[in-house]
Design a protein. Structure first.
Lengths: 344, 344
């Protein structure tokens, strides 16, 4: 079958690899109908750590083609969301809704046991605990929004939840990528009164405003911190959704959060320590977040999409076929595309 | 009047200083009837930063002697708890219960505007928002326990609250000082099922067990982490009460918290950054805490003491008069005393 393989910085290729098959009784095999390219895929594309020959992609919707003999809930023919992490659905962490800490789980598209979703097909470990059957056909018009439940919408929601967004609160979203924009949607639906987007790209700013952002700060560093403080009566925001993961974005986040507020991190951290442990302490600031248990959030977010209350699929501004996935990487890396949908 | 003054490392003296007086219309003047020495007082005593000539002490109960003309709620003759921070009781932060972030607040015993409580008398800024009148006489038998509401019991409670202790949870308390022991009390009353004390001093361990600790780990570093994991099915505890503040204690805390768990920091941090930002992220660990809004917690904790359900006053194992305060510092620094009560 054909799949996306990362070889080195800037060198991502579509290649023929071994067919995905069922190798364990708890596996399912899905035919990928929609996938996408993630901001985090750009880290290895830009020379970050990756396994040579790593199959890429961790967000998908597919049709179940076959299931192992121990799979009970998932059936061939179902249209399913594939969350970016697989999980058994029954360990102590899954039972608490933290599927990304599953004792028998792992991640797609990062090398290792599981393959990547930017491909024709994929083996799904722990299919019963991982896949979420959808009540729609494989070409439903809502597909772009439903696809975001595999990662970016659930991740934006996790940023908002861990940053403790609540009704009437002031919120800042650091980063205007797809996750940040979904964070705006999440903050809005959780009742935030003021939503400040920190971003610099006009089309993304426009989309953020359509999603509910009330203010935009395009400055950086100390100037951004001053602007957010000026917008919040001098004290900063209660909730910061950190959707970037660089040392600079984390420093900005710590600078704009008010005393007693929370920073919800969902940008994969490219820093080794949280800066400012002392001011963070004296101001009772909370730092939380991590890989979103998107599987747990589908129950809450799916009806929102089905009933048209949120449209996270608007983050996709380009669609490619499998052969053009390398073009999609280039476009996202050049910021000529916000988020690229893949139709294998 | 006589007061405790820090001059340099190891050099704390009882001296005659200018009498405390009312200088603002919102001030009260209290006669100190009980004070104590805090673990955090040992930082300047051991050469940490302090203002030369700094008046020491931030925990007290006293009798109101006079009030400024704008003080409405507090009356002369009342026996009052003096929380370690003063606060106006009406700003946005006080209204949320975060009095230690008060827009018009500050701290006692750290130099600056307010004096120290290890003295005969003290000026209390923002008396109405700061002081908490007690329903008992100044020599009530419950005084030692009531005195802990000015800091260590409220601080242990804050550690438990910010570490999200809840019914049935596993908890670790890092540190066997007075705050850690009060953290054990707090974790117990919030319903923790397993309470692991990390400490090494037998009298304190005995007291922790009396307060509700179920397990004791006296190892340090990696060995302590392994022991806690072994006690918790290999996963670590849901809540860590970090009651020390050294880089080592923070590293241990991050090593023993389970995925999705929280570290509540109340030990004043002697480190500049939170270590392990990446494993913390991948494990969705929360770091919270800071100076406890003890003023906010009195409503909840006072009835517990009045009705005999908790006895935090048992942390005091030595009582001195004002002249003997320097002996008290020495005893706490040598660990021959756990916590020293001062009767001026």
């Amino acid at each position: 079958m054909r799949a996306t393989v990362m070889h080195a910085a800037g060198d991502v290729r579509i290649e023929t690899v071994a067919d995905a098959t069922i190798s364990k009784p708890t596996d399912a095999l899905i035919r990928i109908t929609r996938a996408c390219i993630c901001g985090s895929d750009l880290w290895p594309y830009n020379g970050g750590p990756n396994t040579a020959g790593q199959q890429m992609g961790h967000e998908a919707i597919g049709v179940v083609e076959a299931v192992g003999r121990d799979v009970q809930r998932i059936k061939p023919g179902q249209v399913v969301i594939m969350p970016f992490a697989f999980s058994d659905g029954s360990c102590i962490f899954c039972e608490e809704g933290l599927h990304t800490a599953c004792l028998h789980g792992g991640f797609f598209g990062v090398g290792g046991e599981a393959g990547g979703a930017q491909s024709e097909a994929l083996r799904i470990p722990n299919a019963d605990g991982t896949l979420y059957p959808l009540p729609v056909g494989k070409d439903d018009a809502l597909m772009p929004s439903l696809l975001t439940l595999s990662d970016v919408m659930g991740t934006g929601h996790h940023a908002a939840v861990t940053a403790r967004v609540a009704a009437g609160h002031s919120v800042a979203v650091v980063g205007d990528g797809a996750v940040g924009l979904c964070g705006v949607i999440a903050a809005k639906r959780l009742g935030a009164e003021q939503i400040i987007l920190l971003g610099r790209h006009q089309p993304r700013i426009d989309l953020a405003k359509a999603f509910g952002a009330t203010d935009v700060v395009s400055e950086r560093g100390e100037e951004a911190i001053e602007r957010v403080r000026a917008l919040t009566g001098g004290v900063g925001v209660r909730s910061v959704l950190e959707c970037v993961g660089t040392p600079q974005s984390m420093e900005t986040s710590m600078g704009i959060v008010r005393a007693g507020g929370a920073v919800g991190r969902v940008g994969v951290p490219h820093y080794g320590a949280i800066p400012g442990a002392q001011p963070m302490f004296y101001r009772n600031v909370i730092v939380a977040g991590g890989p979103a248990p998107v599987r747990a959030y589908v129950d809450e977010l799916l009806p929102e999409i089905m009933e048209g209350r949120i449209e996270p699929g608007r983050v996709f501004d380009r669609t490619v076929d499998l052969d053009s996935v390398p073009d999609g990487y280039r476009a996202m890396n050049d910021r000529t595309a916000l988020k690229v949908l893949v139709r294998p």
